[in-house]
Design a protein around this ligand. Structure first.
Ligand SMILES: Cc1cc2nc3c(=O)[nH]c(=O)nc-3n(C[C@H](O)[C@H](O)[C@H](O)COP(=O)(O)OP(=O)(O)OC[C@H]3O[C@@H](n4cnc5c(N)ncnc54)[C@H](O)[C@@H]3O)c2cc1C
Ligand code: FES
Length: 253
């Protein structure tokens, strides 16, 4: 993990619900898919965000405005500086030659570009299913570094792509294809449904969780994945369904 100062290059609204924040940093950074950063927005808060892309000295994030911290991040200007701790967490690094299906709900698309880059580099096959309520929540693949990726879209109102949820579409795709790993990232209710309903045939079912991250370095205990004795910032955010099913059942959000 490094503490770096980053300069804002691009902070823009990419769809009705999603924002993109891209920074340049002075040194070359490394990160694995699903690792995250703690971004310190001066005088406001420190926010955990998945690394969406990382290329030499450029790092990008995809986020949704939830409260004060993310609102402040959306209003920083090109040239403004932030501090970030990066990378944090334990990445998900599937072995070469494996087939992966990523099931992303809404802002759950955030870790997808870095996973796609990793897959290109090591030789994994990646299919991404991105589900949103309506097409105005989608952004163009090029604006989030997803050009040329096998990306299937599901909208609940049928305004683009498959009509239904990301999970509905992923189940349909999985009927005809074989995957080594199926990874879901999105709202908790979606993760719960995925772990309960997605057929297990030969694949490993994984979810990327969110809990309250404060220090990001295993020191404060706020990110505990109850009832497990595990910390999201050290052991996650990616866990197997079998491991976190009880955690998902306990939380009602
Ligand atoms: C490892 C990790 C990676 C993440 N990656 C992304 C990402 O790539 N893009 C993105 O948009 N968001 C991501 N998040 C969630 C993001 O950190 C929160 O949206 C952000 O911290 C909210 O801060 P805020 O100050 O804007 O809102 P706050 O004022 O802190 O909170 C606003 C509301 O959101 C709820 N909330 C805040 N944080 C969380 C959380 N972690 N889980 C559930 N509810 C929460 C609060 O309870 C409150 O109701 C990630 C979280 C974690 C733990
Ligand atoms: S956030 Fe402090 S221990 Fe994980």
């Amino acid at each position: 993990m490094k503490l770096v100062e980053a300069e804002a290059l691009r902070i823009e609204k990419a769809s009705k619900t999603l924002w993109v924040a891209e920074f340049s940093v002075a040194e070359k950074l490394r990160g694995l898919p699903f690792e995250f950063a703690m971004i310190w927005v001066k005088g406001v808060d420190e926010i955990p965000l998945s690394i969406a892309w990382l290329d030499k000295q450029i790092v990008g994030f995809i986020f949704k405005i939830r409260g004060e911290g993310t609102r402040a991040l959306s209003s920083i200007k090109r040239g403004d500086r932030v501090l970030m701790k990066i990378p944090l967490g334990k990445g998900f690094a599937p072995p070469s030659g494996t087939k992966i299906l990523l099931v992303a709900g809404g802002v759950g698309i955030a870790p997808a570009p870095l996973l796609a880059k990793y897959c290109r580099e090591v030789g994994c096959t990646l299919t991404i299913v991105w589900g949103v309520k309506s097409s105005d929540e989608l952004c163009s693949p090029s604006s989030i570094w997803l050009d040329g990726v096998d990306l299937e879209v599901a909208t609940e109102d049928g305004s683009q792509g498959f009509r239904g949820t990301a999970l509905d579409l992923a189940m349909r795709i999985a009927r005809d294809g074989v995957f080594d790993y199926v990874v879901a990232v999105g709202p908790r209710a979606m993760l719960r449904a995925f772990c309960r309903e997605f057929p297990r045939d030969k694949c490993e079912k994984l979810v990327a969780l969110e809990t309250m991250v404060k220090c990001g370095m295993g020191m404060c205990g706020s990110c505990i994945v109850k009832p497990l004795p595990k910390l999201l910032c050290i052991d996650g955010p990616v866990f197997s369904c079998s491991e976190v099913m009880r955690h998902l059942e306990l939380s009602n959000s």
